[in-house]
Design a protein around this ligand. Structure first.
Ligand SMILES: NC(=O)c1ccc[n+]([C@@H]2O[C@H](COP(=O)([O-])OP(=O)(O)OC[C@H]3O[C@@H](n4cnc5c(N)ncnc54)[C@H](OP(=O)(O)O)[C@@H]3O)[C@@H](O)[C@H]2O)c1
Length: 249
């Protein structure tokens, strides 16, 4: 765990989908730097396990990211427990389909957009209404920066999230900064199918010669949320082990 620098002392951050994986690593990092966090996820038992590790600085509300009643319950909880909200991390993302884009089921596509894009807008809108005071980070993906065979509609949703980041950054300036990160493969349950059983082969695509760990994302997200990034808004930071700079020749 990173040593406390106090960058998040006295602050409250809402992180959606944070009982494990990237969201949990972000929560752990912000708590280590003095912050309080409110985390969400669908399963109460996973949230309880996360809270056991995060300690008293964390609390949780169970629910689906695209459920408006759940969102209302989360903001009521934040108002009662903290009476303030400094930062929002839109981390929840789903990818229920795999295969060629021409075969994607339209209902599945709508669900992906609902959770990965519309819900991020709704969380941000509600956070602003609840007094959000400093910054937002959206968890996009390198899949949103180029072709992503097999997970193409997920890539489309992340491209939309990257553009939403710019739109929100423009509209919410100067009071609230909005940025995104675009990770490549990070070793979580979500991405396991992309590397399990062939990790060495998967790692060969990266100049830094390994896949990402959740803390590789948590650090840059903490930076973008913090006052260290006070003059950065509307940007998407690739976190990709150098994969994006592979030479053409
Ligand atoms: N891992 C990667 O390689 C990678 C790369 C680029 C971008 N990303 C993005 O990073 C984000 C986090 O992914 P991850 O790899 O950390 O996934 P993960 O390890 O599977 O964790 C997902 C978290 O979100 C919760 N969750 C899932 N669906 C939810 C929903 N509909 N409503 C509320 N909570 C939900 C899960 O808890 P429950 O299951 O209990 O709900 C869990 O806490 C996603 O937006 C993903 O697109 C991941």
């Amino acid at each position: 765990m990173a040593a406390s620098t106090g960058r998040f002392d006295g602050t409250v951050t809402l992180i959606t989908g944070a009982s494990r994986g990237i969201g949990f690593a972000i929560a752990r990092r912000l708590v280590a730097e003095g912050g309080s966090v409110v985390i969400t996820g669908r399963r109460q038992e996973s949230l309880d396990a996360a809270l056991a590790e995060l300690g008293d600085a964390a609390s949780a509300v169970a629910g689906k990211a695209d459920d408006s009643d759940h969102r209302a319950a989360v903001f009521a909880h934040i108002a009662e427990r903290h009476g303030r909200l400094d930062h929002l991390v839109n981390n929840t993302g789903i990818n229920p389909v795999y295969g060629p884009i021409v075969d994607v089921d339209a209902e599945a596509a709508r669900k992906i957009l609902e959770v990965n894009v519309v819900a991020a807008l709704e969380w941000t809108r509600a956070a602003v209404a609840a007094g959000l005071s400093r910054s937002v980070v959206n968890i996009a993906s390198v899949a949103g920066l180029g072709a992503s065979p097999g997970i193409a509609f997920y890539g489309i949703s992340k491209a939309a999230l990257i553009n939403l980041t710019m739109q929100l950054a423009y509209e919410l300036a100067p009071g609230i900064r909005v940025n995104a990160v675009a990770p490549a493969v990070i070793k979580t349950a979500f991405a396991r199918a992309l590397y399990e059983g062939h990790e060495a082969e998967a790692s060969a695509a990266y100049p830094l010669a390994r896949l990402g760990e959740t803390d590789d994302v948590a650090g840059p997200v903490a930076f973008l949320l913090s006052a260290d990034a006070a003059w950065i808004t509307g940007q998407t930071l690739p976190i990709d082990g150098g994969a994006g700079i592979r030479p053409f020749l």
